[in-house]
Design a protein around this ligand. Sequence first.
Ligand SMILES: Cc1cc2nc3c(=O)[nH]c(=O)nc-3n(C[C@H](O)[C@H](O)[C@H](O)COP(=O)(O)OP(=O)(O)OC[C@H]3O[C@@H](n4cnc5c(N)ncnc54)[C@H](O)[C@@H]3O)c2cc1C
Length: 335
Amino acid sequence: MRPVSYLRPDGVDDAVQAVTADPGSHFLAGGTTEVDLLRQHVLAPRRLVDINRLPLAGIEDLPDGGVRIGALARMSEAAASPAVRERFPMVSQALELGASAQLRHMASMGGNMLQKVRCAYYRDGESPCNKREPGSGCSALHGVSRTHAVLGVSDHCIATHPSDVAVPLAALDARIHTRGVHGERSHTVDEFFLQPGATPHREHPLDHGELITAIEVPALPMARRSRYLKVRDRESYEFALVSVAAAVDTDDGAISGVRIALGGVAVKPWRARRAEEVLLGAPATDETFERAAREELAAARTTAMNAFKPDLARRTLVRALRALTTTGTVTGRQG
Ligand SMILES: Cc1cc2nc3c(=O)[nH]c(=O)nc-3n(C[C@H](O)[C@H](O)[C@H](O)COP(=O)(O)OP(=O)(O)OC[C@H]3O[C@@H](n4cnc5c(N)ncnc54)[C@H](O)[C@@H]3O)c2cc1C
């Protein structure tokens, strides 16, 4: 057995300093990723620095219509927050469609951003995996890859980013705020998640010991009618095969504002910028929606097992856009 020591500081600076000073220390929030992977010998911290006493659990309405979600707010708290539900329904829908009720009560918003991929080769702790052991190879490329990514993939990694809530946060240009020994920084969600390229072990720009303190969602009036659609193999307790977070505004039948991000199909929460370009100013018709979806997915690179994903993503995106521009009613469930 390998011993793991434990520290529970009260202050943000103490926590940051403790982890920064020791490469073998990891932060511990809800533990729903960290403890799983420690038990599976995928992560091997020498010390866990429990951050649950830090004053980072608040959810604050911002006067301009945005919302600031503390890193230690639980997924269930963020989902239930009146400001999140009313101003950004796709955020609360994505949270409620993730994991299980018990997990959502434990799991923190900061930890959610840093959850690890669900690729079985990463998680078995043994197979060649460039993310876990740089340079060892990617077993998924020629292995079991039905759930893997088709956008943003490289010859070194095709793991899908698993977070649901990071998808609407990418569409909303939310910012991730951090504190490190050199001060505070912030990144948009799109900047925060890195594509694998030749360095899949580098998943984000954080230094070791840099703490996520909050996620800030800027005001976006059209997001009040936004939706998150999640398609998966079973109705609950399952990761997305494809998901779509979308908000659309129309003016006299034309699209006057649009935000879209895709989940389940890409190596990071995927802001669908090409689809947004096609849609903006165009008539809100099925023909436009089809063209936008096809152009966004044109760069998809599939394996024999996940070749169904671009078509599933196209159909899910068209369905979300159609629903948002007609009656506005669409359930968050199966597509
Ligand atoms: C069975 C199961 C099903 C799941 N299904 C889904 C799903 O459908 N959709 C979905 O989105 N997620 C799903 N998840 C993932 C779950 O949402 C994450 O495990 C959870 O959000 C992680 O949060 P945590 O507080 O438990 O993080 P922890 O496990 O405590 O930490 C995770 C990682 O982040 C680091 N960390 C934590 N907080 C901070 C911080 N503030 N600053 C810097 N580093 C930090 C830790 O060091 C660790 O490396 C599932 C998990 C399980 C176990």
